[in-house]
Design a protein around this ligand. Structure first.
Ligand code: XMP
Length: 319
């Protein structure tokens, strides 16, 4: 019968059989699936697992440090953090089309990851956080996995002489099972129950051209929103929530001064399958508090709006 413990014992046994004494590489994103794979493989093969965590400069506030603290520091997993912000941002400079941005971010991820992988001469296996829904539907975006599926298809893009074989220990599990396994392996609950975050990260939440200045305004706004959702016990009541940066300026007043700054849109949705969604009817008092905090605390933001579009016709992300 199904218990997280049984599943883990079974998965560990199979991984050990599969990879033997070989070394395994994992692209760790900080998302639920790759995090659970990291914890599982670490338990199965210890330091024969090497994780590569690519910081693309499009992560949320404190996210990179959090990943390193959880895995490298607390669990003793070998994690190589690649600071690739400059590469990503320079390749994105001047690009405004959403699909082109997605492609550039995906391809740059593969380039950076491959370059790092090529340095690891002894690795024979590539681990992936593929879960059962990814296997049955190629519509990966529905589970927030388009990016992984894309890089999966690009395994052939790894240096030819590496010839990595795939190990996918979550292939038979549904999302809720993956979460239970993660908890049982000791991952923090707030990591295991995180909202989905798209592979292109803040790259698709900064409308139009992606700039570091914009990301630096978006990060604290998003952080305030998420922090208040948690503080008001609303985080787990919505399926996904985030802030979006709008590169338009709007007039405001502060004291006797006039401001002319950027706009933040807040988005929160309720959904079962992410294929359709309704906007979350968050309390007005709560939205009021978040709006005030963002405008008061972030110089450079003068207006906050709340997105009341359903999916369809709108998508959850703005790009
Ligand atoms: P949309 O915006 O299409 O999003 O309504 C549905 C779900 O998929 C996530 N999403 C992505 N995930 N790469 C990903 O890994 C992507 O390019 C991508 N685009 C959207 C989105 O966050 C939501 O959970």
């Amino acid at each position: 019968d199904w218990t997280a413990g049984n599943i883990i014992d079974d998965a560990i046994e199979r991984v050990r059989q599969q990879v033997g004494e070989d070394e395994v590489l994992l692209g760790l994103s900080g998302g639920v699936d790759s995090s659970v794979v990291a914890a599982l493989l670490h338990k199965a093969i210890g330091d024969r697992l090497t994780c590569v965590f690519v910081d693309n400069g499009l992560l949320r506030q404190g996210e990179g440090d959090q990943v390193m603290a959880t895995f490298a520091k607390h669990m003793g997993v070998r994690v190589i953090r690649v600071d690739a912000e400059d590469v990503f941002l320079s390749r994105l400079a001047g690009v405004t089309d959403p699909e082109q941005k997605r492609k550039i971010i995906g391809n740059t991820f593969i380039d950076v990851f491959d370059a790092e992988a090529a340095k690891l001469k002894n690795v024979q296996w590539l681990a992936q956080g593929t879960i059962y829904p990814d296997v049955i539907e190629s519509a990966g975006a529905a589970t927030g996995k388009a990016h992984v599926i894309k890089s999966h298809h690009n395994v052939g893009g790894l240096p030819a002489d590496m010839k990595l074989k795939l190990v996918e220990p979550l292939r038979e599990l549904f999302k809720d099972e993956v979460r239970k396994v993660g908890l049982e392996l000791g991952l923090p609950a707030d990591m295991v129950y995180r909202h989905p975050f798209p592979g292109p990260g803040l790259g698709v939440r900064i409308l139009g051209e992606v700039k570091k200045d914009y990301a630096d305004l978006l990060r604290p706004a998003d952080h305030i929103f998420i922090e208040e959702l948690r503080a008001h016990d609303l985080y787990d009541k919505v399926s996904q929530a985030f802030a979006v940066f709008l590169p338009v300026k709007s007039v405001g007043v502060t004291g006797d001064g006039r401001r002319y700054e950027y706009v933040i849109a807040l988005r929160a949705v309720e959904t079962i399958d992410f294929m359709t969604a309704r906007w979350a009817h968050l309390p007005y008092d709560f939205l009021d508090l978040v709006s005030r905090r963002i405008i008061n605390e972030i110089e450079g933001i003068s207006r906050v709006t709340y997105d009341i579009s359903g999916k369809p016709p709108a998508t959850i992300e703005w790009e």
